[in-house]
Design a protein around this ligand. Structure first.
Ligand SMILES: [Zn+2]
Length: 82
């Protein structure tokens, strides 16, 4: 049972779940696999992280620093394995 390859649109939808903490292990794997083959989405992910940081600074988006760091570490460590 290999990792399903997702389209950029599906990646975006799954990334939203990921940021909401609703993603499961399969979604994690799909996100990882996609950013390894799609430079555009990798940049987009990086931008999303920065955006979350900006929102957090403005107290618009309630994402704790520990969760943000966990998200960053989880995604980047998984991607490096690819
Ligand atoms: Zn993509």
């Amino acid at each position: 049972m290999g990792t399903r390859h997702v389209t950029c649109t599906e990646f975006l939808a799954e990334l939203t779940d990921y940021l909401d903490g609703k993603a499961n292990a399969a979604t994690d794997a799909e996100i990882c696999a996609h950013i390894c083959v799609c430079a555009h989405c990798k940049v987009m992910l990086d931008t999303t992280r920065k955006t979350i940081q900006i929102y957090r600074d403005q107290e618009v988006y309630e994402l704790s620093p520990s969760l943000r760091e966990r998200l960053h570490n989880a995604i980047m460590s998984k991607c490096k394995r690819c």
